[in-house]
Design a binder for this molecule. Structure first.
Ligand code: ATP
Length: 162
């Protein structure tokens, strides 16, 4: 036997994918308490990073919930395009973040480093969006998880440069 029982020795999103198909009701209600999302840390050609200002006024990265049948990467690209109009492509996978949102819901968000271009268009409901220098982004990001995420994306970018 080579498989692992759900919840043991694998990333949370893999466990979620396994048990999302389960018919056992207790599993399903457990799943609903943890909502999965995907998003992007998007750099433009100048090396600036794309941030959005959410409806609460927090600067963060574009992201959202995954839709049925969609890969995490597809969900992240779709959310970036929907929220900002930026067409991006994935360059690397980053570490997931976990937090409890303002409604008390546990979130796990899977992130990808991306390069993007296109005219910024801010989705209705958001308070703003823009490309920022690395230092400015590190200064205005609202959540420590997102500061750590940007630092990781910058390290990954440096490693990938020829
Ligand atoms: P979606 O994933 O579709 O964008 P959503 O807009 O409800 O859904 P959430 O991240 O679940 O997004 O909720 C947003 C709120 O959660 C923020 O306004 C803020 O209050 C809180 N929040 C977001 N990120 C963090 C974090 N890293 N730490 C603590 N609270 C956070």
């Amino acid at each position: 036997m080579t498989g692992l029982a759900p919840g043991f020795g694998q990333p949370l999103h893999a466990t979620l994918a396994l048990v999302q198909g389960a018919t056992f009701p207790a599993f399903r209600s457990t799943i609903l308490l943890m909502e999965l999302g995907a998003g992007g840390v998007v750099f433009n050609q100048k090396g600036e990073v794309l941030l959005i200002r959410d409806r609460m006024g927090y600067w963060c990265f574009p992201k959202g919930h995954t839709e049925p049948g969609e890969s995490l990467e597809q969900a992240a690209l779709r959310e970036v395009a929907e929220e900002t109009g930026v067409e991006a492509r994935v360059t690397a996978a980053l570490s997931p973040t976990r937090y409890t949102n303002n409604k008390g819901i546990e979130r796990e968000v899977c992130w990808f480093s991306m390069t993007g271009k296109g005219k910024l268009r801010i989705e209705k409901g958001l308070a703003g969006a823009g490309f920022f220098s690395r230092d400015e982004a590190l200064r205005i990001l609202a959540f420590p998880e997102d500061v750590a995420l940007l630092k990781e994306a910058l390290r990954v970018q440096l490693r990938e440069k020829p």
